[in-house]
Each structure stands twice: as C-alpha cells, then as structure tokens.
Design a protein around this ligand. Structure first.
Ligand code: UN1
Length: 498
C-alpha cells in the first residue's frame, strides 16, 4: 500500500495544501509513497515551530539532549534492517550499503551524544589578577538542513545529530528523490521523544522550500550537501543574511597508483571506490592516476575485474552494484559517456544502459571505464555515477599535478609502499581527506569530513569534533572577582617595571 505522508511540524504530522510528489524504487519503478510539495506558508510554520522550541531546547542541559540522541540511536539499531531496506528500496544502493547508511546514523548519534558531556571550551589566564577568562559554545538558533539522496539517512543523521546536541532545533529539507528515508528518519527521532518543534521535516521543491529555508530570517545556520551550483546559491543567500553555512559539494576524487603499489589491494580499492554506491558518492573514486611503469598492467587487470562485476537487484546479496538513483542520473551518466566518445577518450569497459528482463524496469548502467586525457571534461567534471577515468602519470610529481588540476578537493588516495610518497601525498594532495592504501570512500564519523576548493569554500567540517562548528558560536566570558575596576591594556604595571 502506498502511504501518503504529510510534513512533520511542531511534533506532529500535518497535511499539506501543496501538490504531491511520488517517490519510486529506481530498480523496479514501484511507487513507494507520496509526499507534499510544501507551500511557503507551511515552510514558515515549520520555521516558527523551530523558533518557538529554541528557548526550551537551548536551556536543556547538553547531556540531557545527548540522552535523546542515544535513545534515537538505540531505536535506529533496533530497526536497522528494516530502515536499510527502505534506503535500498528508495535509493538503489545494494543492501550491504543500505545497512552501512543506517549504521552511519547510529555511529554518529552515539558520538554526538557523548559530545553532550564534552563540548569543551577553554579556560585561559587573564592578564589581570583575580580575573578569569573562558570560552563556551552556544547554539546559533533554529537551523536548516538540506540533504541529498545519496546517503538518505546518514547525512540527515550527521547534520541533525550535530545540530541537536548543540542545542539547535532543526528544519530538515530532504532531496525530493528520497523523502521516504527522511520521513522514516524523522519517525525515529519522534519516537525517541524530542520535544515538539525541535525536529521538523518539510519536503518540496528546491526553489520554494530549500531557497525559502536559507533565506528565512529566523534560520540562523544552514548545512547543505549537494551540487556546486546549488551550493553557490546557498552560500550567497546565507552571506546576505550573515549566517553560518556549511557546504559539502562535489568531488572529483583520485586514486594515485604508484609503481610499487600492491596491485591486488589497489584493484579491490579502485572497484569499491569507483563502483560502490554506483559511483554516487561525493567521495567516489572518479579518477585513477597510474604511474606509467604499471599503467598497461593496471588497465588490463581493471578491465578484467570490471567485466566480472555483477549489476542487478540491489537486494540480492550476490550483486555488486544496483541501479543509479533516477532517470535524470541515468541520462546524465549516458551523456557523459557520449561526451567521452566525442572527446576521443578511449572506452575500456561498459558505456551502456543494461537492457532485458528486470533491467528494463530500472536505471541500470554498466560499470564504465575510460582512458582519458588530462584536460578532457571526463577528467575534470563530477559525473556522480559509475564512470571511472584512467590517466597516465610520468612520476609522483606528475600524478599529484594531475590530481590537483580539478576544481574540487574532497577525497584523495595514494597506493604505495614507499613511505616517502605516502607522507608527501598527505601534504601535497589538495583535498580535505587523504587515504593511504585505501580507496577514497569510507570516512568514519568521528573524524572531520569535508573538502577544500569548490567542494567546501567555508572552513566548516561535518562529523568529528568539528561538527559543532556549523551550529555553534563561541562566547568569550571574562569574570572579574577582584572587586574593583581593572583595565586590560591600561593597568600595565609589569614585573620588569615597564
Ligand atoms: C557523501 O558521499 O556525501 O566516506 C558522503 C564515505 C561515506 C560518506 C560519503 N562515509 O564514502
């Protein structure tokens, strides 16, 4: 039965006056649910609910807020299998990855709950006697979270975990491709018992709900994960309001394969990095930059291994790669395949839509590999699909130059057993994340996640201790217990007599 959802505002599900959108399974075409295209007024009601909840939530001690996050984590754990199937059903990633998506929520909520008992500031000596200086983090206010479809539970989990522990009520606007995951995510938070208005969910069109959320005067920070063009708009709109904004945008992540790399390990990493989640991760390996001495061998092995990848029903445990998430994704990937051919890149594997039998019901593409030139668009642009571009490098320096020649800087990797290359790469690769002897995907939640260059023009990082930066500001507090007026910089009696 197809369920018709509402929006979640002020602690309850509400009907919407807006038109409706359908969410479908990308492997089968089945309709999974319908969701509102919320109106501007409905968005405003959600922001008002968050604003009204702020006073109570910010005054709730952070360890108490953490208890609710732990309770939510417990419920996520008890429903993990069911929620993982929702992720796979709505987004198309294979079930093992669907489970990983939910696990990432559990991990982060547990981590964030602990932050409720830390949230460390600093105590610093004063230059004056009988005076103390300290710093505390304070929540910025109600916040907007705009989340993508590729990690339809994990990313709402990172963003809301950090916002909620910080003391910020949230208005979540999920991608219109995965509203069901967002609704189920919010159902768990509701079950955990967050006070009314602390958690709100509004589905709908980007120009109405997304832009409206960012521009709303009562929204005091925005965290956005998605494409660069939208990210730029969010950044501009947030700048006009002078509010904090966290942006996690695209990637064109590379693995560098040095001539001493362990080739078996490299191949496993490349396949997982490039074709895991059908290449639809911000962190996906979309370039493989190979030292010329091992280039031919790597390409031969890669073509062999890619031919053995099994594409199909993402619920089937024997399948390596499910469908891409939508017809738009499919079209975009096939356009890049065409472009690659026109640019004169050499197609080494795949490049086709898969047809026949169950393939005809969904958006199944063959894992694709191109040998490309370094200035080609395939070498430069984010495709966000199962397409890997292979490049040949003369040596380490050349490989780094190729890696750094793109506008993005999210994840990166080097396969080598020579610690000189490994340690240099940690400093030379322009990216927020560098892996050594592991692919570009698979970040852990207790470490900062984010990028440089156009991946993330701000200095915020999701996850890890840095997650709080997006949703708090620092207050510096001076406590003078001398009982008299003391003047910094002016009462300058020094031991040196100066
Ligand atoms: C993303 O693609 O936006 O590191 C997030 C990884 C995952 C998160 C990816 N843990 O690949």
């Amino acid at each position: 039965m197809v369920q018709d959802y509402g929006i979640f505002v002020g602690g309850g599900w509400r009907r919407s006056k807006g038109k409706r959108l359908e969410t479908r399974n990308p492997a089968t075409g089945e309709v999974l649910g319908t969701f509102p295209l919320a109106t501007k007024e409905e968005l405003h009601a959600a922001v008002k609910a968050a604003k009204d909840a702020f006073e109570g939530w910010r005054k709730t001690p952070a360890p108490r807020r953490g208890e609710l996050l732990l309770e939510a984590a417990r419920i996520f754990r008890s429903k993990k299998e069911d929620l993982a199937r929702t992720v796979t059903g709505e987004m198309g990633k294979i079930l093992a990855e669907g489970r990983g998506d939910v696990q990432e929520v559990i991990d982060f909520l547990e981590y964030a709950a602990g932050e409720g008992r830390r949230m460390f500031g600093a105590t610093v000596p004063s230059e004056l006697p009988n005076k103390m200086c300290l710093t505390v983090r304070l929540p910025v206010g109600p916040v907007g979270l705009i989340t993508p479809w590729n990690f339809p539970m994990a990313i709402p989990g990172w963003k809301s975990g950090a916002a909620l522990i910080a003391g910020c009520p949230i208005v979540l606007k999920p991608s219109s491709l995965t509203p069901l995951c967002a609704a189920r995510f919010v159902e768990v938070l509701d079950e955990a018992g967050f006070p009314p208005g602390v958690v709100n969910l509004v589905t709908g069109a980007g120009p109405v709900v997304g832009d409206g959320l960012v521009a709303h005067p009562d929204i005091r920070a925005v965290s956005f994960t998605g494409g660069v063009e939208t990210g730029r708009r969010v950044y501009e709109s947030a700048a006009r309001k002078m509010i904090k904004v966290g942006l996690e945008l695209g990637g064109k992540n590379a693995i560098l394969a040095m001539d001493d790399a362990d080739l078996g390990l490299l191949m496993d990493g490349v396949l997982f990095g490039a074709f895991g989640t059908a290449g639809q991760r911000c962190t996906a390996t979309s370039r493989l930059i190979v030292h010329r001495r091992i280039y031919d061998q790597v390409v031969d092995e890669l073509v062999d291994r890619v031919a053995k990848l099994k594409v199909g029903d993402p619920l089937d445990a024997a399948v390596d790669m499910g469908p891409v998430a939508s017809p738009e994704q499919e079209r975009k990937v096939l356009e890049y395949v065409d472009l690659g051919r026109k640019e004169g890149s050499k197609l080494l594997a795949g490049g086709t839509k898969l047809r026949g039998g169950p393939y005809d019901r969904g958006f199944f593409l063959a894992p694709t590999v191109f040998a490309v030139g370094r200035t080609s668009r395939l070498a430069q642009e984010e495709i966000f699909g199962p397409v890997l571009s292979v490049l040949r490098a003369k040596d380490y320096d050349d490989a780094v130059a190729i890696a750094n020649s793109v506008r993005y800087g999210l994840s990166s990797s080097i396969y080598t057993n020579d610690l000189r290359w490994a340690f240099r790469a940690m400093q030379d690769l322009e990216a927020g994340i560098t892996y050594v002897n592991a692919p570009t995907i698979g970040a852990e939640v207790h470490l900062p996640f984010g990028g440089t260059k156009e991946t993330g023009p701000t200095d915020t990082r999701e996850a890890g201790t840095t997650a709080l930066e997006e949703f708090t500001h620092w207050k510096t507090v001076y406590v003078d217990y001398s009982g008299r007026l003391q003047k910094a910089q002016i009462d300058t009696a020094r031991l040196t007599g100066g």
